[in-house]
Write a protein that binds this ligand. Structure first.
Ligand SMILES: NC(=O)c1ccc[n+]([C@@H]2O[C@H](COP(=O)([O-])OP(=O)(O)OC[C@H]3O[C@@H](n4cnc5c(N)ncnc54)[C@H](OP(=O)(O)O)[C@@H]3O)[C@@H](O)[C@H]2O)c1
Length: 277
């Protein structure tokens, strides 16, 4: 069978970039999400096993994502992983998250383990925070309407990565079987504190954006007001606590070499996304 790719989360920040790049490179690829996609794409819901077979028909390689914030991602991935094995899929590229291999309490850790034990070939792509999170609601709304950026990150630095670069690594992992059996950390080129993030956005938009470092209690209240469930709030707070310990502060050491080009900078991201703020 010639390679045919299935991209889950094809309507999302990273998935739609992966799908467009794969199509642009001329690969046989279909996108999958609950929303209607373009021609050749397929409606797919991880929570609806009846949607698995049409998505997996004639597919050799899959990009697997978990629902954002899913505390039980492994439980939802399990029947789909079994279906991939039944349908003769050869390789899976897992969109995971930075550090998942080191934290057994992360649901994405369990997704990685599930795939590794399935007998399928695998590559895990583990990104840092996407720069794009700052240009999408709720953070973009806060910046645009209040000129503040409220996060419980103290003076911690984050090596934010451009979603274009995350997508480029995923594409590379999909089309290059020699990356099988590897976990690829994907961070941006420089770690920034949030005073600096706010200063760079301020300079671009021509008004002062102020970073407001939140304590845990205020962050918990704010995330609750934004509609996150208590379990999701707890999970996000745990991740912010790790981030305060420097978990996300290490800049890229390998990905620019893998891609053979420099990674996108936060400065360029701010220029390209100024209308969001
Ligand atoms: N954002 C970050 O900073 C970050 C950092 C590290 C890792 N990650 C990982 O990257 C993943 C993708 O992030 P993203 O920002 O691209 O997410 P996103 O823009 O919110 O996209 C999520 C995608 O998942 C699809 N989806 C949601 N529920 C689904 C379901 N029940 N069945 C099938 N598809 C479903 C959505 O499409 P429909 O709604 O149309 O179904 C959408 O295409 C996250 O899940 C996270 O694990 C993110």
């Amino acid at each position: 069978m010639s390679e045919r790719y299935l991209i889950l989360g094809a309507s999302g920040t990273v998935g739609r970039r992966v799908l467009a790049t794969m199509k642009g490179l001329g690969h046989a690829v279909k996108g999958a999400s609950r929303r209607n996609g373009g021609p050749g794409d397929v409606r797919f819901d991880l929570l609806e096993p009846s949607t698995y077979a049409p998505a997996l028909a004639d597919v050799s390689t899959v990009m697997l994502i978990s629902r954002p914030g899913d505390e039980e991602a492994h439980l939802h991935a399990e029947p789909f992983v079994e279906a991939m094995v039944r349908h003769g899929v050869a390789r899976v590229v897992v969109l995971s998250a930075l550090g998942a291999e080191r934290r057994v309490e992360f649901s994405l850790h369990n997704v990685e383990t599930l795939v590794e034990r399935s007998g399928l070939g695998w590559t895990h792509v583990r990104p840092n925070f996407f720069m794009q999170m700052l240009a999408l609601p709720p953070l973009s709304t806060e910046i645009a309407t209040r000129s503040t950026l409220s996060l419980p990150l103290g003076d911690a630095k984050v090596a934010y990565v451009d979603a274009d670069d995350v997508a480029a690594v995923l594409v590379r992992a999909l089309i290059d079987p020699s990356l099988s059996g590897q976990g690829l950390d994907v961070s941006g080129p420089r770690a920034l504190g949030h005073d600096e993030v706010a200063a760079l956005v301020s300079r671009q938009v021509g008004r002062e954006i102020r970073y407001v470092p939140l304590d845990e209690e205020s962050a918990q209240r704010l995330l609750g007001l934004r509609g996150l469930s208590p379990a999701h709030v707890e999970r996000v707070l745990r991740f912010y606590a790790l981030t305060r310990q420097g978990w996300c502060a290490t800049p890229d050491a390998t990905v620019s070499q893998l891609l053979g080009r420099p990674l996108g900078t936060f400065e360029a991201f701010v220029v390209a996304n100024a209308t969001a703020w």
